[in-house]
Design a protein around this ligand. Structure first.
Ligand SMILES: *[C@@H]1O[C@H](CO)[C@@H](O)[C@H](O)[C@H]1NC(C)=O
Ligand SMILES: *[C@@H]1O[C@H](CO)[C@@H](O)[C@H](O)[C@H]1NC(C)=O
Length: 748
């Protein structure tokens, strides 16, 4: 084909002759469009011809257009002088559209053809020279020089030919009588009419004309007008009168009785119109269609009873009515669009066709302006729908875009088409924790793999982009990796304590939990979780003083002269728990009938509560219970030996049977006690001897014995006993435990 390219509009025009063999080369489309090599393949190029059959095919690999079907110009365009068809080439990603027009050039493949091969006529011998007789025209389907060019008649002794150009563009032919006819000489005339076109070589068509010469008697009818013009709307109902033709005849009576006919009418004309033979009314009998035929040319004949005729042309113009709604074709549509598409991304190409003409066929497309889309027209009748702003799937995940096409008729007709567009997700949201920081409470001595708490992060995206996994950021705790203490279920976000915790060792664990989605690339965020270990009353009080050793003989001395409230000793105990669990109270177990001693409930101080009387035994054994305030409480007991005496000898004599328990009376015990007593006696004697010697030596220091009796009562504090710091931390932990109470109430 021959190429006429118009790069400015993206239009390409090829010219090829009709009747080319299937597969013939039409054009080098890839090169002519200036496309990158392979673009036709990668863009999945295809042809789109709205409503038309596809005469041309695209060979993507060769980047060529080839003939796909036999193209008959006459079938495609009829007698239109210029014949072409157009189609679009659509490319995807990105969408591109090119219009290609192929013009079909005529070849002289049709001869002029007469409707009949033989024509019978009757002509009166009285016809005067100059009388006209209309003949059937021939038709040549070709156009231009290949169409009908002229007629010739043979022989030409009586008649000459006259060719008229009709208003519709076709030609009519008439014979004009040159010399009078004489029936007595020649009853029958045989003529040959030849039509010839202008092709190379020329093609011809012929018709035989047999003329019967009649006796003289009459005048021929004559039409009042040589051409009648009428117009009728295409939606005219059957029975509508279009026009009335009329002819007159100079003869009277029988010869004046005129009948009207369509002369050489085509089938199409006979389907659409009928003529009343006696009145000359032309009436609509079929469905007119402006889109099929805008003008009908009919030859009417008036004939009197003598057989004489006249003919006239009737031109019926069909008026367009807006009877066709625009027809919309979605040529290309991507039904899913990523939410990060830039504004201006083409999502659909639409073709609209309206078969009406003028304003009735002028179509405008629109879409709802509230949507973030717009519609634009690039080529006539082609529209593209594109995004107008940034989309957000999290806000609107799908759109129904209704494209409305309205023509310019009055009233106008419209049609619409809805595009269902889904917005696909892009990983543009990080998982979001419900809180930035979390506090969790864990009672110490938890079982292993105990579920402590769970965190949750939400991701507004969809699918894998919203599938959140949880991780703990690794760090060290007391020299060990955090993962040996705490783990997290990556899917559920449940945090587990791997091992039992001991409040006395770890009171608080701070960890950073990361939530990460499965997008590509993934997005993540952090939250801080503080796991607060809560104290449990798992430690009993520990007595630091007096030091408990088996069989201890250590005793506190109380002079018989001691005042009421005399401080005997102070029991010192600690509890490594905290808060209530470490809040200690002291009680005497089994107080005697007339107790001499009492213990301070809070401070553990043992004091006399009355004057010592003679009845009070020298040795007294007090058992104290030290109890913490936990739930349940834990306790420890401590024995305190007290000696009520003024002097050592007195004490010693009494302490010989300190270990003696009067309740024991079996033999073994008796012998044991006996042997102990003997040993003790010897021991005491030696002590007394030593003491006597010492007493003698330092007689002047006897005062010491009177005032120094209280010496052992000064409390003994172990070096690591830090009274103040303990009380501070007790206070802090007490407030933790009240938090935990609130927390567990909320959970409950
Ligand atoms: C779009 O239309 C379909 C059916 O026609 C309907 O199910 C859907 O809900 C509509 N979507 C929107 C966003 O209007
Ligand atoms: C998460 O924490 C790490 C370090 O702890 C930090 O580098 C990162 O920026 C944090 N990410 C977010 C989203 O806060």
């Amino acid at each position: 084909g021959t190429l006429f390219s118009d790069r400015l509009t993206g239009n390409i025009r090829y010219s090829i002759p009709e009747e080319m063999a299937v597969g013939s080369f039409v054009g080098n489309i890839g090169k002519d469009l200036g496309l990158q090599p392979e673009r036709l393949v990668t863009g999945r190029a295809r042809l789109f011809s709205p409503g038309g059959s596809e005469y041309v095919a695209l060979d993507r690999e060769e980047e060529q257009l080839v003939v796909r079907e036999r193209i008959d110009r006459e079938q495609l365009c009829g007698e239109a002088p210029v014949c072409s068809f157009s189609f679009e080439i659509i490319l995807e990603s990105p969408i591109e559209l090119y219009r290609v027009t192929v013009e079909i050039l005529d070849i002289n493949d049709n001869s002029p053809v007469f409707p009949r091969s033989e024509l019978k006529m009757e002509i009166s011998e009285s016809a005067v020279p100059g009388a006209r007789f209309s003949l059937e025209s021939a038709r040549d389907l070709d156009v231009g020089v290949n169409s009908l060019q002229g007629y010739s008649l043979h022989p030409t002794d009586h008649f000459a030919l006259k060719v008229h150009s009709r208003p519709g563009g076709s030609k009519s032919v008439e014979m004009i009588l040159q010399t009078p006819l004489d029936r007595e000489k020649q009853e029958q005339l045989n003529l040959m009419l030849t039509a010839v076109d202008g092709g190379n070589p020329k093609r011809t068509g012929t018709v035989k004309i047999n003329i019967a010469v009649l006796d003289a008697n009459d005048n021929a009818p004559v039409f009042k007008q040589s051409v009648y013009r009428a117009s009728v709307p295409e939606n005219a109902v059957k029975g509508t009168l279009v026009i009335t033709v009329s002819a007159t005849d100079a003869d009277n009576e029988s010869n004046g009785h005129i009948q009207y006919y369509f002369e050489h009418a085509t089938r199409n004309i006979n389907e659409l119109f009928i003529i009343n033979p006696s009145t000359g009314d032309i009436i609509v009998t079929g469905e007119l269609d402006f889109e099929k035929s805008k003008l009908h040319e009919i030859k009417v004949q008036a004939k009197d009873q003598g057989g004489l005729t006249d003919s006239s042309d009737v031109l019926i113009e069909v008026l367009d009515v807006n009877d066709n709604a625009p027809k919309m074709t979605v040529m290309s549509f991507s039904s899913t669009l990523p939410e990060d598409s830039v504004p201006g991304t083409v999502i659909a190409m639409i073709n609209v066709q309206d078969l009406d003409s003028g304003d009735n066929g002028r179509v405008k497309c629109s879409i709802d302006t509230a949507l973030p889309f717009k519609i634009e027209t690039s080529l006539t009748n082609y529209y593209s729908v594109l995004t107008d702003s940034v989309l957000d799937r999290e806000q609107t995940s799908e759109y129904n875009i209704t494209v409305i096409a309205v023509d310019g008729g009055s009233p106008s007709l419209s049609s619409n088409q809805t595009l269902h567009l889904k917005i696909s997700d892009v990983n543009d949201h990080a998982p979001q924790f419900e809180q930035e920081t979390y506090n969790a409470y864990l009672m110490e001595n938890n079982p292993p793999s105990f579920s402590v708490f769970s965190v949750k992060a939400n991701d507004a995206d969809w699918g894998a982009n919203a599938r959140v996994s949880y991780y703990i950021e690794e760090s060290d705790l007391n020299g060990l990796p955090l993962s040996s203490y705490i783990s997290i279920n990556a899917d559920s976000g449940v945090i587990y304590a791997v091992t039992p915790f001991d409040y006395e060792q770890i009171k608080l664990i701070k960890l950073r939990v990361k939530a990460q989605d499965a997008g590509s690339p993934p997005l993540s965020s952090n939250a801080t979780v503080s796991i607060i270990i809560q104290d449990q009353n798992d430690n009993a009080p520990q007595v630091l003083y007096p030091v408990q050793t088996a069989g201890s003989l250590v005793a506190e001395m109380v002079p018989r002269s001691a005042e009421v409230g005399y401080l005997v000793t102070k029991v010192v105990a600690v509890d490594v728990d905290s808060g209530q669990n470490a809040w200690l109270s002291y009680k005497l177990l089994k107080p005697a009938d007339r107790p001499l001693f009492a213990v301070g409930l809070q401070n553990g101080e043992i004091r006399t509560i009355r004057q010592v009387s003679d009845k009070d035994a020298v040795k007294q054994k007090l058992t104290l219970i030290v109890e913490d305030n936990g739930q349940p409480p834990r306790s420890a007991s401590v024995n305190v030996n007290v000696a009520v005496a003024d002097s050592f000898p007195e004490i010693l004599s009494e302490f010989t049977d300190f270990t003696h328990d009067r309740d024991y009376n079996d033999d073994l015990t008796f012998y044991l006690i006996l042997s102990l007593a003997v040993v003790s006696f010897l021991f005491i004697v030696s002590i007394i001897t030593i003491l006597s010697v010492k007493c003698y030596r330092w007689r002047h220091e006897r005062m010491f014995y009177k005032s120094g009796g209280n010496l052992p009562i000064i409390p003994y504090y172990p070096p690591h006993y830090k009274c103040c710091s303990l009380s501070v931390s007790q206070h802090v932990l007490h407030s933790y435990s009240s938090h935990s109470a609130v927390h567990s109430q909320k959970k409950g």
